[in-house]
Write a protein that binds this ligand. Sequence first.
Ligand code: ADP
Ligand code: ZN
Length: 760
Amino acid sequence: MPDRHTSAARTVPAGRKSPAGPASGLQDSRLSVLLPLPLEGPYDYAAPPGQGLAPGDLVRVPLGSRELTGVVWDPDTAGPGVAAERLKPAGARIDLPGLPEPERRFVDWVASYTLAPPGAVLRMALSVPAAFEPPKPVTAYRLAAAAPEPKGLRLTPARRRVLAAAGEGPARPAAELARAAGVGSSVVKGLAAAGVLEAVVLPPPAAFQAPDWRQPGPALTTAQAAASEELRGQAARGGFAVTLLDGVTGSGKTEVYFEALAAALAAGRQVLVLLPEIALSAQWLERFKRRFEARPAEWHSDLTAVQRRRTWRAVALGEARVVVGARSALFLPYQDLGLIVVDEEHDTSFKQEDGVVYHARDMAVVRARLGDFPVVLVSATPSLETATNVEAGRYGRLRLPERHGSAGLPRVELVDLRRDPPPRLEGAGQSWLSPALRRALAETFEAGEQALLFLNRRGFAPLTLCRTCGHRLQCPNCIAWLVEHRLAGRLECHHCGHRAALPVRCPGCDAEGSLAACGPGVERLAEEVKALFPGQVTALMSSDSISGPAAAEALVRAVQQREIDLLIGTQIVAKGHHFPWLTLVGVVDGDLGLSGGDLRAAERTYQLLHQVAGRAGRAERPGRVLIQTYEPEHPVMQALASSATDARDRFLETEADARRRAAMPPFARLAAVILSDPDQRRVDEACRRLSRTRPRREGIEILGPAPAPLAVLRGRHRRRFLLRTRRDVAPQGVLRDWLAAVDLPRQTRLQIDVDPYSFL
Ligand code: ADP
Ligand code: ZN
């Protein structure tokens, strides 16, 4: 690994004199600048005189033939690595507040925990370079105050319409005015040139509106009030604390953490709320707006370039007071972050799997510790990690045991598919709905209520098989089956995105018309339902049918307005929606998540199905949940169906025991090392080299190498090592020493995943 004191000066070709730094030898003339590139550490530059650059400042610096923006990093105690007179001078300071100390320490911390280069972490914080410059002034047009007689200007109908439009409303940019008048922008420009319209420079668009924290919330129940008081106190005082807000779905957790948010805002601090699937959280945004009379700043992958730029700047300038976002919102340049809420803390989408591999919930706790403020983890089904931290007294816990108002928790019934299988249909058609679930659907529709069928499988069928030779349609780049998406009319690989047309003949034996869909996806389920209940309106909700926030919002509204009788969805329906008329939830394949040997399979299945079940009966009408399973005696199914109030905690205890006995997280630490290469022999050679130098000592164990379950992904052969250490041994140091001592083939890619959640 390169030494931390590599310097930009080294990129100067030999024989050429590098620009000399001023006052050579003086420590304060040397500037450590971290660049948003996967480099091992900051580079040294000569401080330009008279600029008074301080740590955290954004600064332009040269690198090779390029110029880019980095952050002045804290002076290194290791001492200078490059002679001062060989340093290149840094350029101009960017006119923005920069990264405060806790943000800089956070970047370093995340880098050292995940073993990512600090510059790669900084790149997540500086993800919108366009935001470094102030927005360009916008020119708008209005009727000229002293409009000259449009001499020699023929008033065509188009021009008349523009003048009419300009007469109404404020000055508008040419394109907007043209659109309002139904003409091209050139007509507007022409009128401006003739002096009939005048140009004015608009002030920058209004910054984010400040949420009004003085607005009162609803009257709270006793349990809610107690929880709220504690969290309000924490947020008002500041100081590091981690609290699990633990309450069943619909118990008012959101209302309670809104109180904490109000207290943090009252204390003048910025707030971050992390939500899984923020793009689908229209209802949450609506609620926030009602309560605080302003929209929060949103941060997720569906923002436009303009929105990203505006939001990044507003966070840096402290104008955005509340940010609600996906995991990457953790790295925005907050000036004064004072509270983080992680809603649905157990959700696995908080784990980022590529680039810098990190878990946003865990890093949120770190960020709060570095910033010395509270963090609230919210869930109805806490992760075993969090539950264990509560048990050990490291995290606090506030409980909300009951659903708000008259709503009770839904009754969960297990449908034993061995005894009550879906009926065999005439002809080739297959069925996935048992008689019990069909009856429940009919009763629900009869009562004029809504139902939800949950199946966590996108597309029509997960596998296409040749009935003649048994050939299975496989992705050419991955060891994975191609999934038929009938609505889109194609096959798709869910791992690499490869698409292909469904062949007419079997690629294996050339038989025609012998390819058969195996197993159900949501599209196939929709076909069965349509045949069974032709009178009901059904809608699909999966990442294929919901393309973005607007589509999600429209669908959610349609369900709320009871335009839809039956929703068929993948896991995206599980999240946070509140549908008062939805009283039946049917889980089509309860066992789906239990296979596959994932360490957290049982825990995840419990969380997901519990959350889906929580969609039923959220208002006055009691809810009912049917889970179809071949293993009704499985502890997960038993816990889901139990009406005992401590069923969840007992399930978590059982899980904890199993993990403790197996020496698995959270009672041990894991880190995965994944090697991949297009060439299989080379990746195996890389494995041999790593194997030869594997560290052997007390408290650590290295498993593997083994082919990854997805042994070929995107054309690369993959091998995994798994490092397991005792809880009191940090895997980072072990990995660093081990990997530094091995020379890997240049083409072999190495990825490190500390605390892995995916074992594919
Ligand atoms: P959770 O976040 O635990 O799922 P929510 O905060 O979404 O629960 O509450 C469920 C529903 O009950 C929401 O519609 C919410 O507005 C309502 N609610 C919760 N607490 C109160 C309260 N004290 N007064 C009025 N409505 C409440
Ligand atoms: Zn693929």
